[in-house]
Design a protein around this ligand. Structure first.
Ligand code: SAM
Length: 410
């Protein structure tokens, strides 16, 4: 089966997450652009379920046609007719049918109106009245797709992807559950805007990059208000451990778990959660957790003071402190994690006017049994961007601290 994925704002990160979740090989990638990925998968996927677990994917769909450009008008006509059978299942349609068209490619999709009229005509011949859902943008947003029920028996979003030489046509199977994500982001009671909270989507990406499986024991030793742990629980992880040096943080995490259990409908209710939360300085982690007990660590550690005069001297001093803290933390991780286990960490990169200050990995990893893993080994594409030490960067508009995502393996 061929599937398309519409990637989020950071395509490298979205792609790395998909590679990790589906364990895809370079030959399975049919196309990769800034916004889209098309892959060949041996197994069928439950797109509705999977999109809830992928923080970096906006839409998932299935590909029905692939052809080389240019095609003649007649050939397009045949495709439009075929589309009616393959993309639009009108068996269960009662009342009005909505359809939309999104084009992911350079320039404009000139045949869009023509295609829309063909779909309308064909539906009319079947006695179905329809509405063409449009928006100002070239593509329909997840919100428009959901609000117009384009992923249901009553509608369809036709997706056209072009990389300049080839064209693929398919239909959307699932869109990112934006309402749920925002309710989790802004609705959680235990908030700590001072220490900072990870966006839930990024938490999902980090968890996926760890390659951990649902039965594994997952640890966040700088848990803060528990974003990584609560997202992991929603994704299906059952064995979770969280700790933090701050009592308030541990209490916030407890509150957020309670909120999750009672408020989030998508919580898999047949799953027995086994969560341990306690106060602990990361430097003493191995006093609280048995050797080799943990399969994966996913964590956003302390990233330095949120308020300080941002000059190079101050930032370099903070960087030295963090390198020392992370060095000690990683020494403890090595004791509690199983051989082969991964620790996915966020390291800050401090943006100054002309350059950014990254932490010194040789200090952090001095004498360590961990090494940095390249999540994109073997993949070659001009849109993919890794740092020269094989880490990923997450940046948000206007933020002075970028997050470097480091995947370590023991
Ligand atoms: C950036 S916050 C983590 C935020 C978390 N990812 C979230 O979304 O809520 C870093 C956390 O590290 C904790 N911390 C700082 N030093 C620590 C240490 N030595 N051991 C354990 N936790 C520490 C802080 O209390 C803070 O909650």
């Amino acid at each position: 089966m061929r599937y398309f994925f519409i990637l989020g704002n950071n395509p490298t990160l979205s792609f790395a997450e998909i590679v990790s979740v589906f364990k895809i090989k370079p030959e399975q990638v049919l196309a990769l652009t800034e916004k889209t990925l098309i892959i060949e998968l041996a197994q069928e996927i439950d797109a509705q379920q999977i999109i809830r677990k992928l923080g970096g994917t906006i839409k998932i769909g299935v590909i029905n046609f692939q052809f080389s450009i240019p095609r003649t008008r007649d050939n397009f006509q045949t495709i439009f007719n075929d589309l009616m059978f393959k993309l639009i299942n009108t068996n269960n349609v009662v009342g009005k049918f909505n359809f939309g068209i999104s084009y992911y490619g350079a320039g404009k999709f000139k045949q869009e109106k023509n295609l829309a009229m063909e779909i309308k005509k064909a539906l009319k011949e079947k006695g179905i009245s329809s509405r063409w859902v449009t928006s100002r943008e070239k593509v329909l947003s997840s919100v428009v797709v959901e609000q117009n029920k384009l992923v249901s028996d009553r509608g369809v979003e036709v997706v056209i992807i072009s990389d300049g030489t080839k064209c693929w046509i398919g239909k959307t199977l699932a869109v990112q559950p934006f309402k749920e994500l925002s309710a989790r982001d802004y609705g959680r009671p235990g908030r700590d805007d001072y220490s900072g909270m990870l966006p839930p989507k990024l938490a999902q990406i980090l968890i996926n990059l760890s390659g951990a499986e649902f039965g594994n024991v997952l640890l966040d030793p700088f848990c803060g208000s528990g974003t990584i742990l609560t997202e992991a629980a929603l994704m299906g992880f059952q064995n979770l451990i969280g700790c933090d040096i701050s009592e308030k943080a541990v209490e916030d995490s407890r509150q957020n778990f309670k909120f999750l259990m009672s408020n989030v409908k998508s919580m898999p209710n047949d799953i027995m959660l086994n969560i341990k939360l306690f106060v602990c300085d990361v430097k003493k982690l191995s006093r609280k957790i048995k050797p080799n007990f943990i399969e994966a660590i996913v964590t956003e550690p302390y990233l330095g003071p949120s308020r300080m005069e941002r000059n190079e001297k101050n930032i370099r001093a903070v960087a030295r402190q963090l390198e020392e803290l992370y060095h000690q933390a990683i020494g403890e991780f090595a004791k509690v994690i199983k051989p082969g286990g991964r620790a996915v960490m966020v390291w800050p990169a401090f943006k100054l006017d002309k350059f950014a200050i990254f932490l010194d990995s040789s200090r952090i990893l001095a004498n360590s049994s961990f090494k940095i893993i390249n999540p994109l080994l073997g993949f070659n594409n001009k849109i993919l961007r890794l740092t020269n030490r094989n880490t990923l960067i997450y940046r948000r508009e206007g933020q002075k601290i970028e997050r470097e995502i480091v995947i370590l393996e023991k």
